[in-house]
Design a protein around this ligand. Structure first.
Ligand code: CA
Length: 236
């Protein structure tokens, strides 16, 4: 047994075969990880939404949502959490499909626990530096947490809606660049949504209110007829 780390990594196992799931969980817990087990895809996504995992071990053959659907749901919401796929099916199409959907590794069943542990450690090591910088950005008085979709000014959580967060994310991605309203629609709304440009203005106004942004010294600058831009430098 390894000594407990001061900052243990959180793993989520999504596996419907209870005995296998429990075996994986107890082995990984012995290795010093914090491990949760979910018996199906919905439960796994719900668990990850409340307590984000650093890595997900995902069975493909699940009741209800398949492992592929779980993976697709994660990547669709831009969640880049590393995923290791487990499958009893040895077909190489599974491997190709899994990797093309954004899985980080693939392990056919049956596998040795040592093998799984080694792959988990390799992926976490590889993901760590980028992971940290991707999670938090700072700009002016704001701290933006991309993992938890929150924005703080000092200790205050500004309670942005998802849309406001998405708009902020788009503006922050290119500080100083002017984003036309139609660009913002394309980048911050789903492809099948067709908000009016006036709706974009309303969301930006709401975002500015929450940021307590002022016209004298704006973080989000309004350029008449052109659009909006984020004026502060961003450090991640
Ligand atoms: Ca299964």
């Amino acid at each position: 047994m390894r000594p407990p780390s001061s900052n243990p990594r959180r793993l989520l196992v999504i596996e419907d075969e209870a005995s296998l799931g429990e075996m994986i969980v107890s082995n990984l817990a012995t290795e010093g990880f914090l491990v949760s087990l979910a018996g199906d895809g919905e439960a796994g996504l719900a668990s990850h939404a409340t307590r984000p995992a650093d890595l997900i071990i995902l069975d493909l053959m699940l009741p209800g949502m398949s492992g592929f659907e779980v993976l697709r749901a994660l990547r669709r919401r831009q969640d880049k959490v590393p995923v290791i796929i487990l499958t009893a099916r040895s077909a190489s199409e599974d491997r190709v499909q899994g990797l093309s959907l954004g899985a980080d590794d693939y392990l056919p069943k049956p596998f040795a626990m040592l093998e799984l542990t080694a792959r988990i450690r390799a992926i976490l090591r590889r993901a760590a530096p980028e992971e940290e910088s991707r999670r938090i950005a700072r700009s002016g008085p704001f701290k933006i947490d991309y993992l938890h979709l929150s924005v703080h000014r000092g200790r205050t959580d500004l309670q942005l809606s998802l849309r406001e967060f998405r708009l902020l994310e788009v503006l922050l991605a290119h500080p100083g660049r002017v984003h036309g309203r139609q660009d913002l629609v394309n980048l911050a709304w789903e492809a099948d949504a067709h908000p009016t440009l006036r709706t974009v203005d309303k969301h930006i106004q709401a975002l500015r209110r929450k940021l307590a942004d002022s016209d004298e010294n704006p973080a989000i600058q309004t350029l008449e007829r052109e659009g909006y831009r984020w004026t502060l430098p961003v450090k991640s």
